[in-house]
Write a protein of this length. Structure first.
Length: 588
């Protein structure tokens, strides 16, 4: 430890008395020294006690003497009557110095012991060095005992302290490759199982037909003509291509023929502007056309459709953000009277005026299906209020995620259902969060006798009272097939139980995701013989016991989503044929 430099200070007396104290030289005073001085403890006595305690240790005694000599040489005045000067080097510093020397001595002793043990190990290592052969030595193979000359390629056996001959080395290398290959195969199998689970598919032996379809999709670029492979198989190929994002200008030709009446593409992101025109040229008799993720669908393409698709009655487009309002309006004026179904989503270029022109040009007697989803261009509430005035024969209606939640309210939907309730079988109102219980009781209950699918996701103002009022005594409706209630936070046991009591025998798909206040009591009522899909993610009461209860009561159930339920583990006894997705115990 480095010593602090001495500080010299001249003590001066009181100038008013004209007297002065003798000047002296003092070292730095630590807080400990100052405290000892105030308590009347002599630092010299402490130092002497340290010296007596360490009297039996020669090296440490020498350290003390050295430190004492250093203290004496740096003291200008050594007077036993002045304890301040004796405490110049306090006991704290002395202890640190002695401890430091003690540690150095202990380290030296350990080093000596290590040197002794190392010397013993050196003897053993010397023996091992003597045993280690160098390139060019003639040795025997540890595997087959064959005598051979060691080369730089000879493989060493660390366990038996020897070398393999060239033939045995090749065998060992093949074994290592086989082990790695098996490990890789096992890893791929686990990944395949996990991916299939997330894709909600079974891992099973593929049929010859499926293998052929897969091979066709892999070599799709090289195929010009397949002949008649059937509409169903063609749809399978289209799904595989869209899932792999392989649908492009070349592969599009496979699906186009003059007799085609229905065409569905789920990912058109790689189709160019010219490819959309091919649809009209090669398949002019299309009646139902679905183009999802069609970001390159252009104004000219829509105009070309208007002029050439003379039998088009159903059109669904997702993401056509390049088509402006003028093109839409021209299309509806030209084709509106023929349309039976129109679905559009994810575009900001579909305005209030365009919606009004569409409603004015469609034939209410044949127009059956309307979907308006995520259309930020529709900003006025009055535009949605026009729907009951023009639509009188709807079978499917989706109004989801409007630009403003207040655009779709109870009054408009009550009017709409009062006119279309007898024919309406599908109603999707996801994200219309301004809706309340009034719409359920005064809109759905008295009019919607044929409703089969109801989706009210993200409607946080729908409560237990509204659900109880809707389903209790809803005798005109025989039961719902699909119910989706994700993030309807205000629902609880009573409303869900009433819904289950009403539709237990007819439910096929059910989503209760994020209804956090739902308890296990509701699942005791759940007894749906036709239920295939169930989403019970992010529900606090769902655990292994609830999973086992559900699978016993719903014997046709194929898939359960239980994301966010950390009490659902692999300990639950799941019957064969039922997939449970989202457990933390499931690894990918």
């Amino acid at each position: 430890m480095s010593r602090r430099p001495l500080q010299y200070r001249k003590d001066q007396g009181d100038s008013t008395n004209g007297s002065s104290t003798s000047s002296g030289i003092r070292g730095p005073n630590s807080a400990l020294t100052e405290f000892l001085r105030q308590q009347g403890i002599n630092a010299e006595e402490i130092r002497q006690r340290h010296l007596r305690r360490l009297a039996g240790e020669d090296e440490e005694t020498e350290i003390v003497n050295v430190d004492h000599s250093e203290i004496s040489s740096n003291n200008i005045h050594e007077d036993s009557t002045q304890p301040d000067q004796d405490a110049e080097f306090d006991a704290e510093e002395l202890e640190i110095r002695i401890a430091s020397r003690r540690k150095r001595r202990a380290a030296k002793d350990n080093a000596d012991e290590y040197t002794d043990s190392e010397s013993e190990n050196d003897i053993n290592s010397t023996d091992r060095i003597k045993k280690k052969k160098i390139v060019g030595d003639e040795v025997s193979c540890v595997q087959c005992s064959k005598t051979f000359v060691v080369s730089v390629y000879s493989r060493q056996d660390q366990l038996n302290d020897g070398y393999y001959c060239a033939d045995c080395t090749r065998v060992q290398q093949e074994n290592d490759r086989a082990i790695k290959r098996n490990q890789m195969i096992s890893r791929k199998k686990r990944q395949k199982l996990a991916v299939a689970l997330l894709d909600r598919q079974d891992v099973k032996i593929s049929s010859l037909q499926d293998l052929s379809i897969k091979k066709i999709t892999e070599k799709i670029e090289d195929v010009d003509e397949f002949g008649d492979i059937g509409t169903i198989n063609m749809k399978k190929i289209a799904k595989i291509l869209c899932r792999n994002r392989s649908l492009n200008d070349s592969t599009l030709n496979l699906f186009l023929n003059p007799l085609l009446e229905k065409l569905e593409f789920w990912d058109c992101s790689k189709l160019s502007k010219g490819s959309y025109d091919k649809i009209c040229s090669y398949a002019p008799n299309i009646e139902k056309l679905t183009l999802l993720m069609c970001g390159k669908f252009h104004n000219d393409n829509l105009k070309y459709f208007s002029n050439n698709l003379n039998r088009l009655t159903h059109l669904e487009v997702d993401g056509p953000f390049l088509i402006n309002n003028e093109s839409w309006q021209t299309f509806f004026i030209s084709k509106g009277k023929m349309l039976k179904s129109f679905k559009v989503s994810n575009t900001h270029r579909f305005s209030d005026e365009t919606l009004e022109i569409m409603l004015k040009n469609v034939d209410p007697q044949i127009f059956e299906c309307l979907k308006l989803s995520r259309l930020d261009g529709i900003k006025n509430k009055d535009s949605y209020d026009l729907l009951p005035m023009y639509l009188t024969n709807l079978k499917e209606l989706e109004i989801s995620y409007p630009n403003h939640e207040d655009s779709v309210d109870d009054t408009m939907l009550i009017n709409l259902t009062s006119i279309n309730g007898a024919t309406l079988n599908t109603l999707v109102l996801d994200g219309c969060s301004a809706l309340t219980d009034e719409f359920l009781i005064n809109g759905l209950k008295p009019f919607c006798s044929n409703l089969r699918k109801l989706s009210l996701q993200f409607l946080d103002q729908i409560t237990d009272e509204g659900f109880t009022g809707l389903f209790h005594g809803w005798n005109i409706n025989l039961g719902l097939n699909e119910v989706f209630l994700k993030k309807c936070f205000s629902l609880g046991d009573s409303g869900i139980i009433e819904m289950l009591l009403h539709s237990n025998s007819t439910l096929v798909e059910l989503s209760l995701n994020s209804i956090k206040d739902l308890t296990s009591l509701a699942f005791q009522i759940l007894s749906c013989n036709n239920l295939i899909y169930l989403d019970i993610g992010f529900i606090r009461s769902v655990d292994d016991e609830v999973l086992e209860l559900i699978q016993k009561k719903c014997n046709q159930l194929k898939l359960i989503d239980c994301y966010g339920n950390n009490r659902c583990t692999s300990k639950a006894q799941i019957r064969e044929g039922l997939k449970v997705i989202g457990r933390q115990s499931d690894t990918v």
